[in-house]
Each structure stands twice: as structure tokens, then as C-alpha cells.
Design a protein around this ligand. Sequence first.
Ligand code: NAP
Length: 302
Amino acid sequence: MDGITRFAIIGLGLIGSSIARAVATDLPDCPVSGYDADPKVRDTARRLDLCARIDEDPAAAVADADLVILCVPVGAMAAAARAIAPGVRTGTIISDVGSCKSSVVEALQNALPGHVVIPAHPVAGTERSGPEAGFATLFRNRWCILTPPDGTDPANVARLSAFWQALGAQIEVMAPDHHDRVLAVTSHLPHLIAYTIVGTASDLEEVTQSEVIKYSAGGFRDFTRIAASDPTMWRDVFLGNREAVLDMLQRFSEDLSALQRAIRWGKGDELFDLFSRTRDVRRSIVEQGQDDPREDFGRTHD
Ligand code: NAP
């Protein structure tokens, strides 16, 4: 690929290990060096043969890289960027995969002044974490959103885009604050709602825990998948995207109150209209290839 052939991945969990596997599959001639703060994760990464080299020192891991991708929780981005700073060469592109962008752009630029920083967010993942959870096809046909700071050389944006495209992703470029508002409603708020529902159900006194689990196919179990997501990652996302999440939560609370009123006053038409619109949203997601077209997420019922 144009000018970038050696990669370094800092943080070898679900996303970092998936990038390493995808590079091995899609860019087999490009060596990857890796580092994770957790020695057990480094050992697992060596056992899984995830990278050409796993270093004991983050600065050594990035020393010969053309592209460094930070794959750590967003609250750890500043520390990870400071730790690689002594080893980063001039001209190396520093990117990340964090789920919120305004706070990460600031953290990376402060930690790596004078370096090429182009944050990114692959909108792809699962509720699992750690190096064994990753897989090479995670990014195929998924969006990767780049949020280059003003003044970024378009040639570097093109290089980073080409990297993600080689892994099967489609590219969108947007401002960090716009990214944060879009993801607040499409990802962060749904996680907050799932965490709330699962928490509420497990706190109920009149419905037993075993009943909640036994009858979960009524809808509850689909929330539990999201609510099983990594606590560290999601704590950091809500703190890192505080303003946009609180804004969307306000809108959501108002809409929820309107629904409450419609139920209380028997306004069936209002409920029917909303439920018809939401069904169309699901159809569009399936039509655009962003989910399995089979009913019930493709679960088998035999
Ligand atoms: P993960 O599986 O928990 O992996 C993160 C790894 O980074 C862990 O092994 C962690 O070690 C390590 N780490 C923490 N601080 C570090 C540091 N300062 N230096 C080096 N390594 C460090 O998390 P993930 O799901 O891959 O998420 C990584 C990033 O991707 C997050 O920013 C998240 O917002 C973003 N993202 C996640 C998803 C998703 O669905 N999971 C999707 C898109 C983007 P310890 O466990 O010891 O802390």
C-alpha cells in the first residue's frame, strides 16, 4: 500500500487482535508489531501468533511502524499515546479505534504534538473482549469513520482509508463532534437503555430472577447481549462522550414520556404510527446489509 506497509497495534483485545488477524489475511506481506499493557494478553497474543513481533515496551513496538493504531479503552488513550511517544518516528500516522472521538482527538494531539494524528472508529464489534474474541472478518462491509483534525494532509487520510478498505471496511469522513452525536444515538444510548433494562429486571422484587431468565425470549434476551458488553470500555465511552449522550438521553426521555401518555390515554393510533415507522427502520438496516436478513437474527428454532 502507498507508503504504509508496517503496522503497530497497541492494545490486543477484541479490536486490536481482529485488526492483526485481518492484516494477516488481507495484507499478508505487511508485518505487524504489537503491545498490550497486560502481560497475560501479551502471552496469549504470542501463543495465538497474532503478530510478527510482540514487544515488552510500547515505544519499541512502534519504532519502525508507518501506521500505529491504538486499540485501548478511550479512557486509556492518553496514557497509551504518552507511552509510545519516545518511539514514534516523524511522519508515522497515529490512529485509534475509540468509540468516541472529540475527547480522543484532544488526548492524542496533546500527547503527540507535531505528529500526524488521524483518529478513526470502525463501527464493528461484539459484546466479547480480549485477544481470543477477535476474528479476521470483523470489519468486512462495516463502516469505518475517520475524523481527521483540520489541516490534515489529504494524502495521509487517503493512506489510512486504503488500509481500512483493504480490511473490507467502507469509509466515511466526518467531524469528531458530529461523529459523537451520531454514535450517541446509534450506539451509546442503546447500550445505556440495555444496561438499564437488564439492571431494572434484576432488581425487581415481584418477578423472580429465574422468571426473568426463563421468559427472556419475550424480548429481554436481545437486550442482555448488549448489556454483556465490556464494563471498562463502556464506562469510558459514557464519560468520554458525556455531552452528546446526555443530550440524546434528554430527547429519549421526552419521547418516552409521550409514549407513556399515549398508553395512559389509550391513543392506539399514536402507538401504531410509531411502531410502523420503527419497523421501516429495521427493514432499511437489513436492506443496506448491516444485519442478518433472517428473522430473529438467524437463530434456529429446532
Ligand atoms: P478489549 O478487548 O478490552 O481490549 C483492550 C486491551 O487494551 C486490553 O487488553 C487492555 O488491557 C489493553 N490496555 C488498556 N490500557 C492500555 C494501555 N495504556 N496500553 C496498552 N494496552 C492497554 O477492548 P476492545 O473491545 O478491543 O476495545 C478497544 C477500543 O475499541 C476501545 O476504545 C473501544 O471503544 C473501541 N471499540 C470497541 C468496539 C467493541 O465492540 N468492542 C467496537 C468499536 C470500537 P487490560 O484489560 O489489562 O486493561
